[in-house]
Design a protein around this ligand. Structure first.
Ligand SMILES: Nc1ncnc2c1ncn2[C@@H]1O[C@H](COP(=O)(O)OP(=O)(O)O)[C@@H](O)[C@H]1O
Ligand SMILES: Nc1ccn([C@H]2C[C@H](O)[C@@H](COP(=O)(O)OP(=O)(O)O)O2)c(=O)n1
Length: 241
């Protein structure tokens, strides 16, 4: 008679706060604020897809060449320099691309390469490796659904397309880029459609996510709601101030 061995899922001791949502909803801003508050690390997963798009352009690989993009993703030579204060510099093959990967064109390229299953798979372990003590705030589209399905807290941050385009417009002007609000609304809607309709890891709230609509909420108010939510999770409440 064979003994029944009870299999319990192995839970990582390092806590994760997942912040997913569409472009311009405030994920990056909120992720950095929460990470600074709790002393956690940050994963900007969108930067990896943006970097892959930039690498594809650099090596003349088409955005739909899945086999070549998978190889490029597996060997992506990137460095995140600096700490988690939001000022980190990003190097691709030794070259500083921090600002270059923030354009809407780079976002569009990222969204295209990110729709390919083998590309996502090639970047999975690299993202999971960011899970380090004392904790991680991970920002993206599938942090709570695919990359960290056991995250202690999952936030799905959203806002109307118009509000998100206006935020992006102001952000691009501040960074010294040219921008058109009408074009940004269209870009955001096209990117939302591609990210939500793809077959793998589509943009959608995890079943256990807290959905926060920030259309009429300022940054401070959103930060406070995430802190309150974190305090209500016993395993997080123990380690955060
Ligand atoms: N709740 C909010 N209200 C107003 N502006 C916001 C809010 N959250 C973020 N922002 C601003 O919107 C812009 C886009 O935010 P960002 O964090 O880059 O979004 P995402 O990472 O989701 O694309 C930034 O300039 C940021 O300061
Ligand atoms: N976890 C992630 C993060 C980003 N992506 C894709 C889809 C997004 O449109 C692009 C760019 O993501 P990023 O978070 O940098 O973009 P925004 O700052 O939200 O405009 O990458 C993804 O598929 N999965």
């Amino acid at each position: 008679m064979s003994a029944e061995i009870e299999k319990k899922p192995v839970r990582s001791p390092v806590p994760v706060i997942a912040i997913d949502g569409p472009s311009g909803s405030g994920k990056g801003t909120i992720a950095h604020r929460i990470a600074a508050r709790f002393g956690f690390h940050v994963l900007d997963s969108g930067a990896l897809y943006r970097l892959l798009g930039a690498a594809a352009q650099r090596h003349a690989v088409a955005f739909d060449n899945e086999a070549a993009l998978e190889v490029l993703a597996a060997h992506l030579d990137v460095q995140f320099i600096g700490d988690d204060d939001g000022e980190a510099r990003i190097l691709l093959e030794g070259e500083d691309v921090t600002n270059a990967i923030r354009t809407e064109e780079a976002g569009r390229a990222a969204s295209q390469v990110a729709a390919l299953p083998r590309v996502r798979n090639a970047l999975l372990a690299r993202q999971q490796a960011f899970r380090d003590t004392p904790g991680l705030v991970a920002d993206g589209r599938d942090m709570g659904t695919v990359v960290f399905p056991d995250a202690e807290l999952k936030i799905f941050l959203t806002a109307s397309a118009q509000a998100r385009a206006e935020r992006r417009y102001r952000q691009l002007l501040e960074k010294g880029f040219d921008a058109s609000l009408a074009a940004l609304v269209e870009d955001i809607q096209a990117r939302d459609a591609r990210d939500t309709q793809r077959s793998v890891a589509p943009l959608k709230p995890a079943d256990d996510a807290l959905v926060l609509d920030s259309t009429d909420l300022g940054i401070e108010a959103v930060v406070q709601r995430v802190i309150d939510a974190a305090r209500s999770v016993p395993s997080l409440a123990k380690i955060i101030q």
